[in-house]
Design a protein around this ligand. Sequence first.
Ligand SMILES: Nc1ncnc2c1ncn2[C@@H]1O[C@H](COP(=O)(O)OP(=O)(O)OP(=O)(O)O)[C@@H](O)[C@H]1O
Length: 614
Amino acid sequence: MSLKITKSARNLIKKLVKATSFWQDNYLILREFKSFRRITIKAIVFSIIAATFEGFSIGFLLNFLQQLTSNGASETGIAWLDILIQNYAPGIEPIYIISFLILLSTWIRATANYFGGIYTETAQLTLADRLRKRIFDQLQALPLSYFTEARCGELVNTMTTEIERLKQIFGGSSFVFTRASVVTVYFIIMFRISWEMSILSMMIFGLLAVGISTLNRKVRETSFGISDANGKLNSTSLEFINGIQTVHASATQEYERQRFYKISHQLLDASVNVVRAWAVVKPIAESIGTTVLISLIVLSISLFTLPAASLLLFFFILARTVPALQDINGTLALISTLGGSMENIKELLRSDNKIYFENGKVPFTGLKRSIDLVGTDFSYDPRNPVLQNISLVIERGKMTALVGKSGSGKTTLAGLIPRFHDVTGGQVLFDGVDVRQFDVDSLRRKMAVVSQHTFIFNTSVRDNIAYGVFDATEKQIHEAARLANALDFIEEMPNGFDTVLGDRGARLSGGQQQRIAIARALLRNPEILILDEATSALDSVSESLIQDSLEKLAVGRTVIAIAHRLSTIAKADKVVVLEQGRVVEQGSYQELLQERGALWEYHCKQHELSQASL
Ligand SMILES: Nc1ncnc2c1ncn2[C@@H]1O[C@H](COP(=O)(O)OP(=O)(O)OP(=O)(O)O)[C@@H](O)[C@H]1O
């Protein structure tokens, strides 16, 4: 029965909490506390214990003062304590007992503060950790198209700086909670001393709070500029560092300097605005607080008559209440300055404003017949179709070459096969089954993509080759490197396979990076291989090495090659020519040449170029 009542009371509290607009506004962040409820509860409990014992120590102070002013009264003034003394320690002077109790309360308060501090800090750190991970998971669940739209720097800013700022919000909130508990205890004691004087003080403080909260709201509004400027600063810094070579090559250092200075100045302006707004709050609160205190003293002395010890303690507590309230106000104002960060994090965590990648359930066990594109359309932006009504059969174990001018949609088309993008019309079928029905991990595990833009991680050569095949043996890694014609240059490196490659493979040439990518693909031993051939001019030795390793990689697999070299096109079983997102020709190389259409022109152009370069 009692269990039922507790349960329904708990449910009622939950419902009430969830009905508050604070919960609804901040649900995406507050729900994280569920996973570390215990630490949060401990932090709250210890803060309350600390506040209670602060109250006890001050409460005992009144009895202590009364003892001093009454020339050694035989009673402490606390009924339960007097009974205890009479029963168990009749000979001991009450003043010693009160002194001991004051000390004991202070020790307990200090201990509770110590644990409260640890748990509060742990709760904040855990919250930051949870949010970082949640944002990471969120980013992983989003389709690739999200990353082209959202700015990289802003995302990094939200995951790092904004989370740190959010931690400050919760640090501040717990500080406000602790101070508010202490102030509550102060008010209880003040009420016990004189309810009239307490009500008067509360009314004045209440008015003060209304005024200050209006100011805090203004501070909060100014804070949004900081988050915005921080995001832009991060983006610009990342762009500058990533594009440093282009900046030097284009001699645009001065342009970049001005761009960076402008954004940095924007951050400065936004921060100064917040500092100005915040700086107003503190002195106003301080001067009003002191005025209130002095007015109260004057008013109470003339209006109310109280024993000297009580009056002294009342003002002693009041004098402690004013700075505590000022602390609360100051912290609330500081929290207001961090509102922008909170909004940014919530924006990223929201799921109702994003399109998610929907994974299929069917495990992909391998291609048996063909990949079919049936009336496929695709666009990154609805106003601008990139692929239109593509119908095409990619047969198992054959090489299909995609040919066409730059921007005709070859990379986009190839990206539909590992489901980097979802079609906007028509279908992509694997042996007659829509690609969206397959579990995407199982699908991609059967594939490898070697593109012009190989991403090299800042780890060792070995780890870069084995990326995604984490159980590969040393022998397999060496064999993959050998087949990719990468073994020679790897062995010449200072630490061979242990050499760390630097940010984005800074230590490798373009051709070497490609050979690492080919080794990576070889190690995956994919059934389906997507090759995006480099158009950039490699020296002829590198080119023939890469060509040779690509040929080894392609043997016995279903290959979709975005082909620029005639040698690749000529070897393909099928050539598909794209123009402005449409298939204009498809067939074998010889057939298409005989038709003297688009491929013929392409062929002639390449031939002229190769003749000219001889
Ligand atoms: N992430 C993207 N967001 C928006 N538009 C894009 C994106 N990627 C490509 N496009 C556009 O889609 C069209 C086709 O691009 P795609 O990269 O598929 O062509 P491509 O034939 O592979 O070109 P290239 O041979 O130069 O690599 C282009 O007009 C391009 O501007």
